[in-house]
Ligand binder design. Structure first.
Ligand code: 2M8
Length: 420
């Protein structure tokens, strides 16, 4: 246990990291490895900035929404300036939005933080959030139009869309893809980070094949839906959109916006969330929409249910079981599964952002595990710094360092000085 002076120093370091990664109006996740604006990273950055610079927090969200497509979709990467340290860049993606971008989205966390930041300072924030609200509404509507399955769950159409790139949930659906024609390409990620902590070539070939597929139809939602073999109904996207949609509704009501339709969409998403209950696993799970097969995975995404306002005793029992095996946060994959890899990206490591989404959800529903999730996250960061992710067994820092979202989660939630 550190004393308060040490925590003050960590707060200062977290603020320094946000400034370090600030490119003027937007924040990169970390220099080199990810030199662009990523969607959910940026929303977390806004949460971090809001702890000490309200104006800069709103600017972050405003810049993110400048990339919104005519369809309402908000891309997962905005390429404000070309940087050859990252692959695939804008030439491969061929996004069709107002600025160069990728062609897929990411979990819709922006409205969650828009509400939180607004409620922190309603007077000063009112005009800013009023301008953002219709854009967030259009993005959520696009999700309902193009990403729901028949049961109302939200689907991922590319492993990068859920933000949990190489999680075991995608193994079977990716195996069905023959990545013919992908050809030669040079990965950049493995020149920044140990390849043992990154997705495999098997995964990357299929990531790029799916990008090429989207680009081949100009990212036309209807055309792509008809030909894309990868469509998985997923707890990450579903629980997060459900939570964000509740926040969008509350925010819209507070601001006097036209909230017509949102309550009905919430009911659809609630049904969709329930459809992700795997009766054999006794937990929330991902479901391949093409084959109807369950992934059979207890993952950190399963534990996002509380954030979405859904309590479940059996999922809580899984959380207790999993947390008894680790010391540094919620593992991204079940540590008792043979597919668990404690240092490989989304196949085991603990991520501060998932811990935050899980922990704040547990707290909102008055669940006793909330403090434990926060304490684990605090321990990971205070012992091992602002890493991209952590080995949940040892706390070893992994992936990139001086990471924006880890700093933001520290400032907004994990630090003893945080108000959240
Ligand atoms: C990771 O994903 C990107 C692709 O989007 C990559 O590996 O190149 C994921 O952890 C994702 O969730 C995150 O938003 C992104 C930037 O931190 O990196």
């Amino acid at each position: 246990m550190k004393d308060m002076a040490d925590y003050d120093a960590l707060d200062a370091e977290a603020r320094r990291i946000l400034h370090l990664n600030d490119r003027g109006g937007y924040t990169v996740p970390t220099d080199g490895l990810y030199p662009y604006q990523w969607n959910w990273d940026s929303a977390f950055a806004a949460f971090g900035f809001a702890q000490f610079d309200l104006d800069r927090a709103w600017v972050e969200l405003e810049t993110l929404m400048t990339g919104q497509w005519a369809s309402g979709m908000v891309p997962h990467i905005l390429f404000h300036q070309v940087d050859d340290r990252y692959f695939p860049g804008p030439d491969v993606w061929q996004g069709v939005g107002p600025i160069p971008s990728s062609g897929i989205t990411q979990p819709a966390v922006a409205a969650i933080f828009a509400r939180l930041i607004y409620e922190q300072a309603p007077e000063e924030s009112r005009d800013r959030v009023m301008a953002l609200w219709p854009k967030l509404r259009a993005w959520h509507r696009w999700f309902m139009d193009w990403r729901t399955d028949d049961a109302g769950a939200i689907c991922v159409t590319h492993p990068w869309e859920a933000g949990r790139d190489n999680t075991p949930e995608w193994d079977a659906p990716l195996k069905r893809i023959d990545p013919q024609g992908v050809g030669e390409y040079t990965r950049r990620d493995t020149s920044h980070v140990d390849p043992a902590m990154r997705p495999t070539k098997f995964d990357y070939d299929r990531y790029i094949w799916l990008v090429n597929l989207g680009a081949s139809v100009g990212w036309d939602d209807a055309k792509l839906k008809a030909i894309n073999p990868f469509r998985v109904a997923d707890p990450t996207m579903t629980f997060i959109l459900l939570r964000a949609h509740r926040d969008l509704l509350a925010l819209g009501e507070a601001l006097g916006c036209d909230t017509a339709g949102i309550a009905d969409e919430i009911a659809v998403l609630e049904a969709g969330a329930r459809s992700l209950w795997n009766p054999e696993l006794r937990c929330f799970d991902a479901r391949d929409v093409v084959t109807g097969d369950w992934a059979g995975c207890v993952s950190s995404a399963s534990f996002l249910c509380w954030g979405a306002g859904i309590d479940d005793a059996e999922t809580a029992a899984h959380l207790d079981r999993v947390m008894a095996k680790v010391q540094y946060g919620v593992p991204s994959h079940d540590p008792e599964s043979p597919r668990f890899e404690p240092k490989r990206y989304w196949r085991g490591p603990s991520w501060a952002i998932m811990n935050y989404l899980i922990g704040s959800g547990l707290a909102a529903m008055g669940k006793p595990q909330a403090d434990m999730v926060r304490d684990h996250t605090r321990a990971a960061i205070e012992h091992h710094g602002f890493a991209e992710y952590f080995d949940p067994l040892t706390g070893d820092p992994a992936g990139g360092s001086t990471f924006t979202w880890t700093a933001a989660v520290w400032l907004g939630w994990a630090s003893p000085n945080a108000r959240g």
